[in-house]
Design a protein around this ligand. Structure first.
Ligand code: NAD
Length: 489
């Protein structure tokens, strides 16, 4: 099957058992372009119970042979898939952009690159992800095997439509599982367009499937008795529901990558330009719709005045880059849709009307059509205000000053989130002290809101359960099996 998809030929059917099939469900998904609010499609398949069962059935059928495939053969399929994603990166990014609004240069290229890289990275692990063995000093040879779990599902959000696919599908497939992907109802096209690439790479039918749908499809997967694992990225309320469904069905394994309200702490001795650059980028990348965006900024008293003017200027410069996501030079696109625009605007207007803090910059809609909004900062924010306690998921940051290290560690950790934190200082001892005191899954020192393929990615507290990336991701898609061999006769 040749790759034929584009803006004018969108994939709208389910990809099951290496074929595009039309769902019999009369309910369909409707998608809109956030740059102008226009309808993109209103006939995209929404997978129902029959479709989910068909995908699970095909995956179960494919599983024994896929598990037994040699490491080399599986690695080569994964590497070929990675290179096909690279070749088709621009087209795939366009298929996301049409409903997400993220420009290629500032986000699409990163996102598709991350997906390809995840397949390469995990392919490289395939023949190195060995188990363990312990000698027969006591008469028993002990062998520990990493066994695939079986049929696994990935439920992903709209803000990283392909990057999140790589983080889940690649380790699942590398470890011999079959994988069913459920993209967000707001960004299904790039995921569905993987179909022809899955075939061309050589994945056998049923090994890697894509079913579009909404929360109801996700719930069918999370509560399915023959799905053995759900790896989920999305909001905390949905994550909690998924964990509950997993427990109530078959105790399937669950990985949860959830929201954040990440603090960044800038000490008096920090390199000001470096801190401002990272923090302005962190809250505007993908128009602030990033789980680990540094959205709570704390700056020590001695540097506060200088920081405020430089941060404000940097964000006002970003405002100038807002525009049509299709145009060269646009860095910031719109928010994804009206619901997200209303949500972010609601936080901004309540922040002002309820005096939650003082508006330092931004706060306005940009243009009269589409869902564009200025990068916005509130300063001197009350500690109980919703703009400092809740995830806004837009280009909105809060900025407060602080006096001491003790005070700021307490404030940074006074939240139920724990995804990312950043510390900016030239003092290496303080950097390491603060990094260890942060209660979060990831910490940047003189950087923030970034991730690496080799190292664990995920959050503490309500920001998640489990880790993606690195060896942790492979362990999360396997169960350890102990084999004890009696050597006594
Ligand atoms: P969401 O929870 O609304 O939806 C995420 C996915 O879950 C979608 O595919 C959706 O269809 C599905 N879903 C919805 N209800 C479901 C249900 N009852 N059962 C099963 N599946 C269901 O989240 P979103 O709005 O798409 O994404 C934004 C959120 O994702 C933010 O909170 C953000 O912080 C978080 N996020 C986290 C990470 C991370 O790695 N920690 C990365 C990106 C986004």
């Amino acid at each position: 099957m040749a790759f034929q998809f584009s803006k004018s030929n969108l994939p709208k059917q389910l990809f099951i058992n290496n074929e595009f099939v039309k769902s019999k469900n009369p309910k369909k998904l409707s998608l809109y372009n956030p740059a102008d609010g226009s309808l993109v499609a209103d006939d995209v398949d929404l997978a129902d119970e029959n479709d989910v069962d068909a995908a699970v059935g095909a995956a179960e059928k494919a599983l024994p042979a896929w598990k037994r495939l040699t490491n080399i053969a599986r690695r080569d399929i994964m590497l070929k898939f990675a290179s096909l994603i690279e070749q088709r990166g621009k087209e795939l990014a366009e298929l996301s952009r049409i409903t997400l609004g993220a420009p290629y240069a500032s986000f699409g290229a990163f996102e598709t690159g991350m997906c390809a890289e995840a397949f390469k990275y995990n392919a490289g692990w395939i023949d190195k992800f060995a188990g363990e063995s312990f000698p027969q000093d006591d008469g028993f040879l002990k062998i520990v095997r990493n066994e695939p779990l079986g049929v696994c599902a990935g439920i992903v959000p709209w803000n990283g439509p392909l990057g999140t696919v790589g983080l889940k599908a690649a380790p699942a497939l590398a470890t011999g599982n079959c994988f069913i992907l459920k993209p967000s109802e707001k960004t299904p096209f790039a995921s569905l367009a993987l179909g022809p690439l899955i075939i061309e790479a050589g994945f056998p039918p049923g090994v890697f499937q894509v079913i579009s749908g909404d929360g109801s499809t996700g719930a069918l997967l999370a509560s399915h008795m023959r799905v053995r694992k759900v790896s989920f990225t999305g909001s905390i309320p949905t994550g909690k529901r998924i964990q509950e469904m997993a427990a109530k069905s078959n105790l399937k394994r669950v990985t949860l990558e959830l929201g954040g309200k990440s603090p960044a702490v800038v000490f008096d001795d920090a390199n000001l330009d470096n801190a401002v650059t990272w923090l302005a980028n962190a809250i505007t990348a993908n128009t602030g719709q990033v789980c680990f965006a540094a959205s709570r900024v704390y700056v020590q008293e001695g540097i506060y005045g200088k920081f405020v003017s430089a941060y404000k200027k940097a964000l006002q410069e970003k405002t100038k880059t807002i525009g049509d996501p299709e145009a060269d030079g646009t860095v910031m696109g719109p928010l994804i849709d009206k619901a997200q625009f209303d949500r972010v605007s609601g936080f901004i207007s309540r922040g002002q009307s309820e005096n939650q803090g003082t508006l330092l910059t931004g706060g306005q809609r940009v243009g009269s059509q589409g869902f564009f909004i200025e990068p916005t900062v509130f300063e001197n924010v009350r500690p109980d205000a919703e703009i400092i306690t809740q995830e806004i998921f837009g280009p909105v940051a809060v900025l407060n000053s602080f006096k001491t290290e003790e005070e700021i560690i307490e404030k940074s950790n006074n939240t139920n989130f724990g995804l990312m934190a950043g510390v900016f200082t030239e003092n290496v001892n303080r950097a390491l002290r603060v990094a260890s005191a942060f209660d979060s899954g990831m910490v940047g020192v003189n950087c923030v809101s970034l991730m690496m393929m080799q190292t664990p990615f995920g959050g503490t507290k309500e920001s998640g359960v489990g880790r993606e990336c690195g060896k942790d991701a492979l362990l999360a898609f396997t169960d350890r099996k102990t084999v004890m061999v009696n050597m006594n006769y």
